[in-house]
Write a protein that binds this ligand. Structure first.
Ligand SMILES: Cc1cc2nc3c(=O)[nH]c(=O)nc-3n(C[C@H](O)[C@H](O)[C@H](O)COP(=O)(O)OP(=O)(O)OC[C@H]3O[C@@H](n4cnc5c(N)ncnc54)[C@H](O)[C@@H]3O)c2cc1C
Length: 392
């Protein structure tokens, strides 16, 4: 049998993990890794923890991919029928199997917010998702000390970034739509505990949204929907992410996949999606996406194993079920989660000190969240999805 070509789009957590799995398998495949034009692949988790704070240079966040043909040429579209991808340079590449691992893009502020575009143009309102964003934030932080940073959002990246900035001596105010930021993603119990940790550290404006933004030469004012004016030197939008994929999947919906990470709308075309771009369906639950580093790596590995099976080069892996860990250091404490808490409909407190919560869907434990309970989370991971594995 001739050597098969496997295209992998995206050289982040999922893409590099798929490359590693294919290399390790020693299967007779040629890997064609396609990264974004003009971009050196990097570890996105270091955007806020390293580069934005000036602790790392952008090159130090780079991911190394060895022994693999890597082209930096953004993929514009995929043609599942002809099994070809079309690149920004105008070139076309053919593949026998394709892993789409293009991750996500940041949600931005709603366009109806008056003054949004002017604040972005002035460099005083930014997302914190890419190395370019991190360099922008780093340069602004270097300008004034302490910098007054307004963080819009209440998820883990928002809380972690607030904590990092406080540690670095800056002033932070956090503005979140929810009264208990993060509750939807990690569950009310742990989100409340994180709120208790953060409230003594910085100003919080909860249950409020920006209505307008005023940009001045030296500062930015965010006007909230209750009329409050909050002033800062810089505002960071951390409102989570949307899937990012080439055509024909350019909408925010991402790429729906089956339990083995095969793209649902391209059956038998040997197209797989992994990481922040993939949309999963858990039995008995609506669709969901996971945007964490370890889980994206696990999905990249899984997609590669499924494609090796579909090329008749390996056995089929079992169904993919999310059980990877994710964590954030927040105000001197470690939040640790595993699986996907939003899948759960009920929670059970397993331990109060340290705090560990098990999230259940029906009688199936689907996720864990805790504070300063990394060991407990690790011990509990093997219990996740046990009944689901037997049933489906
Ligand atoms: C500031 C920040 C901090 C974070 N910290 C943590 C953390 O501490 N722990 C954690 O678990 N998670 C963290 N995350 C989330 C984590 O980084 C992501 O979940 C993870 O990187 C997703 O992996 P991925 O492979 O799906 O996407 P990515 O790692 O983003 O990789 C996707 C790659 O595809 C490339 N690409 C996109 N479109 C194209 C195209 N058309 N053609 C070619 N290439 C393309 C992109 O340039 C990128 O290199 C953080 C995210 C952010 C923004």
């Amino acid at each position: 049998m001739s050597t098969r070509t496997v295209g992998i789009i995206g050289a982040g957590a999922a893409g590099t993990s798929a490359v590693k799995t294919l290399h390790t398998s020693e299967a007779d495949v040629e890997i064609d890794l396609l990264a974004r034009s003009g971009e050196r692949p990097y570890n996105r988790t270091l955007v806020n923890k390293g580069v934005a704070l000036g602790l790392l240079e952008p090159d130090q966040a780079a991911l190394s991919v060895t022994d693999t043909r890597t082209s930096t040429d953004t993929v514009r579209s995929v043609n599942p029928q002809t099994r070809e991808v079309h690149l920004a340079s105008g070139k076309t590449r053919a593949y026998d199997a394709l892993v789409i691992a293009t991750g996500s893009r940041p949600r931005t502020l709603d366009e109806t917010i008056i003054g949004r575009d002017q604040a972005v143009s002035a460099g005083q309102l930014t997302t914190l998702h890419s190395i370019a964003d991190a360099v922008r934030v780093r340069n602004l932080l270097a300008g004034t000390h302490p910098t007054r940073v307004l963080i819009l959002g209440g998820g883990l990246v928002a809380s972690e970034t607030a904590s990092l900035l406080i540690e670095a001596g800056h002033d932070v105010a956090l503005i979140a739509r929810s009264l208990v930021p993060g509750a939807t993603a990690i569950g009310e119990h742990v989100a409340r505990r994180l709120l208790d940790l953060s409230q003594p550290q910085h100003a919080t404006y909860l249950g409020r949204q920006p209505r307008a933004i005023r940009t001045h030469a030296d500062r930015i004012t965010i006007i909230l929907d209750d009329g409050t004016h909050v002033e800062g030197d810089l505002a960071i939008v951390a409102h989570g992410t949307l899937a990012a994929a080439p055509a024909p999947w350019t909408g925010p919906e991402g790429i729906p996949v089956d339990g083995h990470l095969r793209a649902l709308h391209a059956p038998r075309q040997r197209i797989y999606a992994a990481g922040g771009v993939a949309v999963h369906h858990y039995p008995g639950h609506s669709s969901y996406r996971i945007d964490h580093w370890e889980d994206s790596s696990a999905q990249g590995n899984h997609a590669a194993r499924t494609l090796l099976h579909d090329l008749a080069l390996a056995d089929e892996p079992c169904r993919y079920l999310p059980a990877s860990r994710f964590s954030a250091r927040i105000h001197g404490h470690t939040f640790t989660g595993a699986g996907h808490p939003a899948l759960g409909s009920t929670t059970r407190v397993v331990s109060t000190d340290p705090l560990l919560i098990v999230h259940h869907l029906g009688d199936i434990p689907v996720a864990l969240t805790g504070i300063d309970s990394t060991r407990l989370v690790q011990d509990w991971i093997p219990h996740l999805h046990q009944q689901a594995i037997l049933r489906y």
